[in-house]
Write a protein that binds this ligand. Structure first.
Ligand SMILES: Nc1nc2c(ncn2[C@@H]2O[C@H](COP(=O)(O)OP(=O)(O)O)[C@@H](O)[C@H]2O)c(=O)[nH]1
Ligand SMILES: [Mg+2]
Length: 323
């Protein structure tokens, strides 16, 4: 694809996303995964500055250890949103970075089995970043632009390494999922990640008492961390699903209670810094004058630029050669 044709594609895709044409989602992801100028153009055309405000879609992060039940829960949640007439895009981040990798393909089918059909349900797996648990620049970009057209955009990440923090720096609302059983919630407390969840979810409530006990542990951990105003909920994805309405409401209430513009702005800056480091490495970071210098530059930028434009701004400041 010539650069010119791709760039034309970006302008057209931006218009179509703005008119909420959901069927363009696959083409949008392809373009973002290719990166370069077309991706830049698409992001710029859909930046808050270009739109005159924040995209309205609710960007939700769902994270948790492998096997806790995230994909199963998402299958049920997607159904819930769809029956309320909401469009939903799910970006499932593949920790193995291999698109055909067994685990994620299984996930994809598990979600799709419940939630296939129609452009208002869009499900796509995306490669993870090179570093363990990181989000790839394309995933960050995809969540931001899909929120222009979709009512709900979910990023499912496996809770390892950086991923909880990075998903919190992308989403409006983060749900951390744990499953019944010893250790989970305690480990959570130990790892110092109690700041991350806006909503804490204990799945597999159908197992009975162990789930209730884990919920109590989780609530105790939240209290210890001074975060007991954050909701902790019990759900089950097994038919008949339980607790899904309450979870959907808790997610909505969280979003209704935040300063969305402030959180999105903070997230774009954090995302730009992560993308910059992913692209230019520590060498790039030193060339800007270190992390705090980079953060100061981002905060000083008054135009409400998109993430890729912020990365370019840092690169220009560091006089790093593009490509
Ligand atoms: N009993 C029960 N099992 C569940 C529930 N949700 C998921 N599972 C099972 O837990 C396993 C992992 O589920 P999955 O959704 O793939 O977890 P993920 O790795 O976090 O996405 C699967 O065997 C599911 O069938 C639930 O609500 N109740
Ligand atoms: Mg999964």
């Amino acid at each position: 694809m010539s650069n010119k044709r791709a760039a034309h594609g970006a302008a057209e895709l931006a218009v179509r996303l703005r008119s909420r044409e959901l069927s363009v989602a696959p083409a949008v992801i392809d373009l973002l995964e290719e990166g370069g100028d077309p991706a830049r153009e698409l992001l710029a055309a859909l930046s808050p500055r270009a739109l005159g405000g924040e995209p309205e879609g609710h960007i939700i992060g769902i994270t948790g250890a492998p096997g806790v039940g995230k994909s199963s829960l998402l299958g049920v949640l997607v159904e819930h949103w769809r029956s309320g007439g909401h469009s939903v895009a799910v970006l499932a981040v593949d920790p193995s970075s291999k698109r055909t990798g067994g685990a994620l393909l299984g996930d994809r089918i598990r979600i799709a089995g419940r939630a296939a059909g129609g452009p208002a349900r869009f499900i796509r797996s995306m490669a993870a970043a090179e570093r363990v648990g990181g989000l790839a620049p394309a995933t960050r970009a995809a969540a931001q632009v899909l929120a222009v057209a979709f009512d709900v955009v979910v990023i499912e990440t496996v809770g390892v390494g950086q991923s909880e923090t990075e998903v919190a720096e992308l989403a409006d609302t983060v749900a951390v999922v744990i499953q019944p059983g010893a250790g989970d919630s305690l480990q959570f407390l130990k790892s110092g990640l109690m700041e991350v969840p806006d909503v804490l979810v204990v799945t597999k409530a159908d197992v009975g008492e162990p789930a209730v006990a884990t919920l109590r542990d989780a609530q105790a951990a939240l209290r210890l961390a001074g975060s007991d105003e954050r909701p902790a909920l019990l759900v089950s994805a097994l038919a008949p699903p339980a607790g899904i309405d309450a979870l959907a409401s808790a997610l909505d209430e969280h979003r209704a209670g935040i300063d969305l513009a402030a959180r999105r702005l903070r997230n774009r800056r954090a995302g730009a810094l992560a993308d910059f480091i992913a692209e230019y490495g520590n060498h790039g970071l030193s060339a800007v004058g270190g992390r705090s210098a980079a953060e100061r530059l981002l905060v000083a930028e008054e135009e409400d630029l998109d993430t890729m434009a912020l990365v370019d701004l840092l690169a220009r400041h560091a006089r790093l050669d593009k490509r």
